[in-house]
Design a protein around this ligand. Structure first.
Ligand SMILES: [Zn+2]
Length: 318
């Protein structure tokens, strides 16, 4: 199986590479919106092609993060762009909130010492899988973020148990404090008992003092803005916000910010993230599936949209 995709923005960007001749011929006949751009073996997840990477393109790949972050990331060798071209992004103007920025929050912790959590919904819209809410867990030291989609707020406890098991096992450390925003009304008595038994201090910020709800609320706002940008930019339906959100979280962990000298990923994993394969979320791809009954490597071409960035090798059929 091979995968061919348009350039990130659907432009002709150079000759196709590493693609069987018969496949190219068949792709070319599909229509105007199918253009030779990038070809990759989906098993290797290693895109290659002649794409001119501008700041503008990285801005879209990184879920519309600000230009200063992108410049900082180039300085740190996390990504490379060939062109500094950046025009005012209409999608950002349309999609981002106009509230005042949050004050910065001090961080003087170590990994898993303090976890911020909040629960949120996206305009009451259900995902295709029937999820209405999402809960975030953000490590104070690294700002490394985990997101879980929830059908109801009752599922918050289960999400925390999954989070705790995963991160404690990965880092061989224990969570010390969980700080939940808006009074943590989504955590019940059973949850508090669980925390006590596991030696976790549960702090609840007051729902009426927004200044206490610093990090988790700000993180959720950033995520919602990224999701809005991704949906507006791609033209994908709003019920795909769950897929967009998981990708936004994936991207968030791999970009720098004002408070983090490097990416959350690097502080969490101890190595730089690889951004080479990153594409604009929602881009149209063409996948060539081998037809087993046909000899000579005949392929059937299937149109798909890239919706699941962190599982890019398993492109979701749409
Ligand atoms: Zn933008």
């Amino acid at each position: 199986m091979y995968l061919l995709c348009l350039s990130d923005e659907g432009n002709v960007s150079g000759p196709s590479v590493e693609c069987g001749v018969s496949s190219v011929a068949r792709v070319s006949s599909v229509g105007n919106d199918v253009i030779d751009g990038l070809v990759a073996n989906v098993n290797e997840v290693n895109f290659s092609g002649y794409i001119v990477c501008s700041i503008s393109l990285w801005h879209k790949r990184l879920a519309h993060t600000n230009v200063k972050n992108i410049e900082k990331m180039q300085t740190k060798g996390m990504l490379k762009y060939d062109s500094k071209d950046f025009e005012k992004c209409e999608t950002c103007v349309k999609s981002k909130f106009t509230k005042k920025p949050f004050p910065s929050v001090k961080r003087n912790t170590s990994l898993l010492e303090l976890i911020h959590s909040d629960i949120c919904e996206l305009n009451g819209i259900l995902t295709r899988g029937g999820k209405r809410y999402f809960i975030t867990f953000c490590d104070d030291f690294s700002r490394y973020l985990h997101v879980y989609l929830l059908r109801s707020k009752d599922e918050a406890f289960d999400a925390f148990k999954r989070y705790k098991a995963e991160v404690e096992n990965q880092l061989e450390r224990h969570i010390k404090i969980l700080r939940s925003d808006r009074g943590g009304e989504y955590f019940n008595q059973e949850f508090d008992t669980f925390c006590e038994e596991n030696g976790i201090k549960h702090e609840r910020t007051s729902p009426y003092t927004p200044q206490q709800n610093g990090l988790a609320e700000r993180t959720n706002r950033t995520l919602c803005e990224m999701v809005n940008c991704m949906l507006n930019q791609s033209g994908q339906p709003n019920n795909l916000w769950g897929e967009a959100l998981l990708t936004a979280c994936y991207v968030h962990n791999r970009i720098t910010s004002r408070v983090i000298p490097t990416s959350p990923y690097e502080l969490w994993k101890g190595r730089k993230p690889n951004l080479d394969y990153l594409k604009v979320w929602g881009v149209l791809l063409i996948i060539g599936l081998p037809i087993l009954s046909e000899p000579n490597w005949e392929h059937e071409l299937i149109r798909v949209y890239l919706l699941d960035m962190h599982k890019i090798a398993r492109v979701t059929d749409y």
